[in-house]
Write a protein that binds this ligand. Structure first.
Ligand SMILES: *Cc1c(COP(=O)(O)O)cnc(C)c1O
Length: 444
């Protein structure tokens, strides 16, 4: 290398790593990530792809935006509970609680005595206040875990009586019968796909019955010649020796009390009043909290689950407990807001967005999502965009957020139902950029 070799002008690694912007980046991305960006940029300069003077800029520009590869996005699909995008967004209260709990907290410590405390006592207390019918409560990792723990603790090596009309697939190929079989309990299927009667259950109950399971088919509907059995008809089912058979109700969605917008959606309070021994549900569907599995019900049954060795493998972390408690005690959740938003309420925001973009407003029907109430329409309004814009909106860019819109009947739709109202301007910027990039006009 001669004195005149421009490669000699490439800044040294330690000099670059000492630059304020890269020092700051290392704070949240980690030293190795920043070093990799620097070494790559130096490599490009050495190969003559960039000028030595541009190495710092190049390194900065190739740094990832955030430490996690998960890309935040705005939900403009009109689907309230969307599993592929992380179901419920946390409320500001829950977010704050998560941040507060992220260091050391008294999650399992009694501060008065300095002794070990009951893990998650605050979240359990909040659940019991929200559902006074529940004598006790337990929080586990997710709805599936709650169901697995309940059937394991009550029926491993014995039978779980369940209707053929409730043998559902939860999603992504996970099927309820397989889940229960994995616990070592045997499925005792009763009735048919469309009709099951109380006698079908009672005929199946015997000395080997561990529990009766009622599953809410939360992601599909069967209409027509159908019959199913209510919890109240099964509450007194007894084995031949006279012992009462525990009745487990998997309600799925996590509604704690009845919601008039979702008349047919089961809730924990009503299910317990109707005679369920235990109710299991998800924390991140209609409850609007973090991923969690809730178990509510009779004290003796909940205690049996809590003491089962499997409970330790399904336990939740402090962040989940913090978010759940704050969700239960806190203000209206984003999920509840989106669910209860009327067409009239979303119209002015939609009109403003359409006017700003020079697009049309169209009437649409939002959905609750796979998390519950599949048949319930949520009437609303959306801004119509070319279909190509929907794909473009998913491409991460530096200056605009990712927006997930939907395609329906050959139209792209931007639905503000689930977008926080203080983010409308961000949606506008993103759609404007996507329209420009796809040749759909609307650049100012
Ligand atoms: C969603 C759902 C589950 C699974 O809950 P996860 O929290 O996703 O594990 C189980 N049963 C029913 C009825 C559901 O709707």
């Amino acid at each position: 290398m001669s004195e005149a070799d421009p490669r000699r002008a490439i800044p040294r690694t330690d000099v670059l790593l000492g630059e304020a912007r890269l020092l700051a980046a290392a704070q949240h991305l980690g030293h190795d990530v920043v070093r990799h960006a620097v070494v790559s940029a130096q490599g490009r300069a050495r190969r003559g792809e960039i000028r030595p003077a541009d190495v710092l800029e190049d390194a900065v520009s190739t740094l990832p935006v955030r430490a996690s590869s998960l890309t935040p996005l705005l939900n403009a699909t009109g689907v309230v509970v969307h599993t592929n995008i992380g179901r419920a967004p946390l409320s500001p209260a829950a977010l704050r609680a998560v941040a507060d709990a992220s260091g050391h907290v008294d999650v399992e410590l009694d501060l008065r005595t300095g002794e070990r405390g009951r893990r998650g006592a605050g979240a359990v207390a909040a659940l019991r206040e929200a559902v006074p019918e529940a004598e006790a409560a337990l929080v586990v990792n997710n709805g599936a875990a709650a169901l697995v723990l309940a059937t394991t603790a009550l029926a491993a090596g014995r039978e779980v009586v369940v209707s053929r009309g409730e043998m559902v697939e939860i999603g992504d190929g996970f099927r309820l019968p397989d889940l229960i079989a994995s616990t070592g309990a045997r499925l005792r299927e009763v009735g048919t796909t469309n009709r099951t009667h109380v006698g079908d259950y009672l005929d199946a109950v015997g000395p080997d019955t561990g529990c009766i399971l009622k599953v809410h088919p939360s992601n599909f509907r069967v209409d027509g010649f159908v019959a199913s059995v209510g919890l109240e008809e099964l509450r007194d089912a007894r084995r031949p020796d006279g012992s009462v058979v525990p009745l487990v109700a998997d309600i799925g969605s996590g509604l704690l009390t009845h919601d008039a917008v979702l008349p047919e959606e089961p809730d924990a309070t009503t299910s317990l009043r109707a005679g369920a021994t235990l109710v299991t549900a998800s924390g991140d569907k209609l409850l609007g909290g973090p991923q969690a599995g809730l178990v509510l019900g009779r004290a003796e049954a909940v205690e049996r689950l809590r003491r089962h060795p499997l409970a330790r493998a399904l336990r939740v972390d402090k962040l989940t407990l913090a978010a759940l408690e704050a969700t239960l005690r806190g203000p209206v959740t984003p999920v509840a807001s989106a669910l209860h938003l009327t067409a009239d309420q979303v119209r002015p925001r939609t009109d403003r967005l359409a006017a700003a973009l020079g697009r049309e407003v169209v009437a649409v029907v939002g959905r609750v999502g796979g998390g519950g109430a599949p048949g319930v329409p949520l009437p609303g309004w959306a801004v119509e965009v070319p279909v190509a814009v929907v794909a473009r909106l998913r491409i991460p860019a530096d200056d605009v957020p990712v927006v997930l819109a939907r395609v329906e009947d050959g139209r792209g739709l931007v639905d503000l139902r689930c977008v926080p109202s203080d983010r409308d301007a961000d949606v506008e910027r993103a759609v404007r950029a996507a329209l420009a990039a796809t040749g759909g006009s609307s650049s100012p």
